[in-house]
Design a protein around this ligand. Structure first.
Ligand code: PEP
Ligand code: MN
Length: 295
């Protein structure tokens, strides 16, 4: 490993840890992402009905989540699949926030929808399929909302960092990176969870990194294990799909946890999160080699 990461990612200098660089703390309502607290984002893949959303929001908040996820604009591979409730979904998310105090993260798919989604969301999610939609990234950046930037399913770490750099270049420092699995030759899982990518990101960038075990796994039985791996790799938080009745979900039911499964996962993670909070190995900062490269 003679080449320094600094040289490898030379095109994206502002996302890299430099000498004396503080980690980026992304402010969301009354807390921050990227600080000492491990932040859980949870909720359904899609906003479906008021009852569904409020039930999930109440449940995940009781279990310790800080942020409610839920798609109102859904990018779907099939043109015949459910594409989201749109504005009605955004209104339901705002209602759930009011009832529970949870912050809201939701995807924006089109440049034209940025100002509408930014009115309702605390964090704008840029989906995997949109990571290289540069006009969307610029518009989302200029909204001033924090951005959850999901890694494209065929994007390298360098590609992800280039998109993050573009958001910073457009005046928005509040970028949260998200590893959600990438496509490889392996087809047993929906995607291949790049745990090493999380560990690398935490060594070279000052932005928070979130793990999405749901889209990486594609199957609910694997989600708790991938969540644990995400914590161990140094992630600053998780985004997880939860549904009151996953088999009836309008999207991504196979990978959604029901309430009991979510509770079990959170209980299972507690000692790992406690370890993370104590571990020197996971503390922010470049490895010695990067320090050398920075000079
Ligand atoms: C989602 O979060 O439901 C989603 C569509 O994720 P991704 O963009 O990672 O596929
Ligand atoms: Mn989904």
């Amino acid at each position: 490993m003679r080449e320094g990461w600094q040289e490898r990612f030379a095109e994206t200098p502002d996302v890299l840890i430099g000498r004396g660089q503080e980690r980026t703390l992304v402010p969301v309502r009354d807390f921050v992402i990227g600080g000492d607290e491990f932040v859980i984002m949870a909720g359904p893949c899609s906003v479906e009905t008021e009852d569904q959303l409020i039930a999930v929001a109440r449940h995940v908040r009781r279990a310790g989540a800080r942020i409610l996820r839920g798609g109102a604009f859904k990018p779907r591979t099939s043109p015949y699949a459910f594409h989201g409730l749109g504005l009605e979904g955004l209104k339901l998310l705002a209602k759930a926030r009011e009832e529970t105090g949870l912050a809201v993260v939701t995807e924006v798919m089109s440049e034209c929808d940025v100002s509408l989604v930014a009115e309702y969301a605390d964090i704008l999610q840029i989906g995997s399929r949109s990571m290289e939609n540069y006009s969307l990234l610029e518009a989302a950046a200029r909204s001033g909302r924090p951005i959850l930037l999901k890694r494209g399913m065929v994007a390298t770490i360098g590609d992800l960092l280039r998109s993050a750099q573009l958001i910073l270049d457009n005046g928005n420092p509040n970028v949260i990176l998200c590893e959600r699995g990438i496509r490889t030759f392996e087809t047993a899982m929906r995607n291949t969870f790049d745990a090493a990518g999380i560990a690398l990101l935490k060594q070279v960038v000052h932005l928070p990194v979130i793990a999405d075990p749901s889209h990486a796994a594609g199957h609910r039985d694997l989600v708790p294990a991938l969540a644990r791996i995400g914590v161990a790799a140094g992630a600053d938080g998780l985004i997880v799909e939860v549904h009151p009745d996953p088999d009836k979900a309008w999207s991504d039911g196979e990978q959604s946890l029901d309430f009991a499964e979510f509770d079990a996962m959170i209980a299972d993670l507690a000692p790992w999160i406690a370890l993370r909070n104590q571990s020197c190995g996971l503390q922010f900062g470049p490895g010695p080699r990067l320090l050398e490269a920075v000079g």
